[in-house]
Design a protein around this ligand. Structure first.
Ligand code: CP
Ligand code: NVA
Length: 323
């Protein structure tokens, strides 16, 4: 893999994405084998939005690999106001070995990566959430044994999480269905990219306004909040617009009998999902949250390792997983 940064699932080949997922499974199964792999390396974590899972999983993840993390809050950095993105990036580059950033504009992450030689990892932008998608497909793989040909239904807002789910699904040969209200579809260029990549991998990317069409016969039913961070002023209007897109038991029952339910969390119980669904035995939301840790350890390891750390190749990993 020759990438310096982890900014979008789109930047990688299907075999790169598969490699990171297999590495994540290997790390999850044998965490102690990697406990010194990033010894004394430091990850700066820039947060311009709140977080529970991203902050904890990166923090714990880098420590489990032998390194350290630094949490930089919005107040501390005040990115672009107290100091330009360029100056923040150039300072950090002199002191740490990697940057994880959660911000608003996707371009901020791209700019930062361009300015520095150290790896930059996207911890969520208004456009995408690639680390989430890696944990999502890791969870699907664990639950379903295979990813190719899975029907994955995303119901709700065509947001950052939906985009990354489409991109990763296209890379891995899944059939992704996204059901949204008419004026909340994912961006046309994102759908177009997923459709073109799906043609190479045997998957597909499908849009509908009818949640029932998306969920019918699905292997995975996925939803996210109707109001993302930064859209709080629209919350009331959105609650009305998305009313028909709640994942409740009558909708979930249209999926396959052994379908799983996923949610990136935080969840607004009683809005996009009912307690009955999120607390059902078919809901894997906490396994999915845990998988953020393993998926991101694979990403950090691949991007931040020194020349002295040798990771197994894809073929070697495949033999370890299926001897
Ligand atoms: N799913 C997710 O990214 O959670 P946080 O916003 O808590 O980090
Ligand atoms: N779409 C949500 C995801 C949170 C993890 C948001 O951006 O707020």
């Amino acid at each position: 893999m020759i990438k310096k940064d982890f900014i979008s699932i789109r930047d990688f080949s299907p075999s790169d994405i598969l490699y990171l997922l297999i590495l994540a499974r290997q790390i999850k199964a044998h965490p102690l084998s990697y406990c010194d792999a990033l010894k004394r390396e430091t990850l700066a974590m820039i947060f311009e939005k709140p977080s529970l899972r991203t902050r904890v999983s990166f923090d714990v993840g880098i420590q489990q690999l032998g390194g350290f993390s630094l949490y930089l809050s919005p107040q501390e950095i005040n990115l672009g106001k107290r100091e330009s993105v360029y100056d923040v990036a150039k300072n950090l580059e002199r002191m740490v070995q990697g940057i994880m950033i959660r911000t608003f504009a996707h371009e901020t992450v791209e700019q930062m990566a361009k300015y520095v030689c150290i790896p930059v990892i996207n911890g969520l932008t208004d456009y995408s959430h690639p680390c989430q998608a890696m944990a999502d497909y890791l969870t699907m793989w664990e639950a379903k044994g295979d990813l190719e040909g899975l029907k994955v239904a995303f119901v709700g807002d065509g947001n950052n999480v939906a985009n990354s789910l489409m991109f990763a699904g296209a890379q891995l040969g899944a059939h992704v269905w996204v059901a949204t209200p008419e004026n909340h579809t994912p961006r046309a260029e994102a759908v177009e990219w997923a459709r073109v990549r799906s043609m190479e991998t045997g998957g597909s990317c499908n849009l509908t306004n009818d949640p029932r069409e998306a969920v019918d016969g699905a292997d995975v039913v996925y939803t996210d909040v109707w109001t993302s961070m930064g859209q709080e002023a629209e919350a009331e209007k959105r609650d009305e617009e998305f009313h028909f897109y709640q994942v409740n038991m009558p909708l979930f029952r249209r999926a396959k009998r052994d379908a799983i339910f996923l949610h990136c969390l935080p969840a607004h119980r009683g809005k996009e999902v009912t307690n009955e669904v999120i607390d059902s035995p078919q809901s894997l939301v906490f396994q999915q949250a845990e998988n953020r840790l393993h998926a991101q350890k694979a990403i950090m390891l691949e991007l931040m390792k020194s020349e002295f750390v040798k990771l197994p190749t894809l073929v070697e990993l495949q033999e370890m997983v299926h001897p």
